[in-house]
Design a protein around this ligand. Structure first.
Ligand code: G3P
Length: 217
C-alpha cells in the first residue's frame, strides 16, 4: 500500500519524505487555505514547491465547479509538473472532466466519493485514483472502511485500473484497516503515519538493550 501525506504543509512533507516512506501528497482547498496560500500565482508556486520535495504523485484540486472552468484550471495545474494529478470532485461536471483528462493521459484523482456508485463512475471515466472519504463517513455513523472494501472488491471483480486512495484518514488504526481491505493508497496526516511506529515493548526492549550495551564497553 502506498502512503500519501494529506497536507499542504511543506515542513510536514519534508519530514515524511526524510523518513523514506512517502509515495505522494494530496491536498485540497481547505488544506491549502490552512497554509495561507492565496492567489493563482502562489497556488501554482506552492504545488511546484511540493513537487520539488516529494518524488511521487501530487494531487492538486481545482477550485471551480463547472466543466469548462475545471478543464481550464486542470490544464494549468497539469503543466506545473508531470507529478501533478488533477483532483476533481465527483459531480457530473467533475466526471466529464475526469474523462477529458484521462483520455489525454493526464492523471486524475476523483474526490469527495461517498458511495460505490460514485466510484464506479470515476473508474469508468478513467480516473487514476478514486478517493472515498473514510473519516467523514465514520462521522455520520457509516462504515467508511466498509466503503473502501466494497470499492476494492468491485474494481477487482471488473478489472478497473483506477487505484483506491483511502482519504479522510484520521488515525493510525484507519491505516491498518486500509491495509486489511486492500486499499492501493492511504492518504494520511503525518501523526497517523508516525503512530505506526509506537509500541511499548519496543521502548521497553530498547531500554534493556541500552543498559546491557553499557556493560559491554
Ligand atoms: O483527503 C481528504 C481529506 O483531507 C479530508 O479529511 O479529515 O477533512 O475529512 P477530513
Amino acid at each position: 500500500m502506498k502512503f500519501f501525506l494529506d497536507t499542504a504543509n511543506l515542513e510536514q512533507i519534508k519530514e515524511a519524505q526524510s523518513l523514506g516512506i512517502l509515495d505522494g501528497v494530496t491536498t485540497n482547498p481547505s488544506l491549502m487555505a490552512k497554509e495561507g496560500i492565496k492567489g493563482q500565482e502562489n497556488i501554482l508556486k506552492h504545488y511546484a514547491d511540493i513537487c520539488e520535495i516529494v518524488d511521487g504523485d501530487v494531487s492538486a484540486e481545482v477550485l471551480s465547479t463547472t466543466y469548462e472552468e475545471m478543464i481550464k484550471e486542470g490544464e494549468e495545474l497539469s503543466k506545473i509538473n508531470p507529478q501533478i494529478c488533477v483532483k476533481l470532485p465527483c459531480t457530473i461536471d467533475g466526471i466529464k472532466a475526469v474523462k477529458y483528462f484521462s483520455s489525454r493521459g493526464i492523471k486524475t484523482n476523483c474526490t469527495l466519493v461517498f458511495s460505490v456508485g460514485q466510484a464506479l463512475l470515476a473508474a469508468k471515466a478513467g480516473a487514476t485514483y478514486v478517493s472515498p472519504f473514510v473519516g467523514r463517513l465514520d462521522d455520520i455513523s457509516t462504515d467508511g472502511i466498509g466503503l473502501v472494501a466494497q470499492i476494492v472488491d468491485v474494481y477487482n471483480t471488473y478489472g478497473y485500473q483506477t487505484q483506491v486512495l483511502a482519504a479522510s484518514i484520521r488515525h493510525t488504526q484507519h491505516i491498518i484497516q486500509c491495509l486489511e481491505v486492500g486499499a492501493d493508497v492511504a492518504t494520511c496526516p503525518l501523526k497517523a503515519i508516525l503512530g505506526l511506529i509506537n509500541h511499548p515493548l519496543t521502548d521497553k526492549g530498547l531500554e534493556t538493550f541500552i543498559k546491557d550495551a553499557a556493560k559491554m564497553v
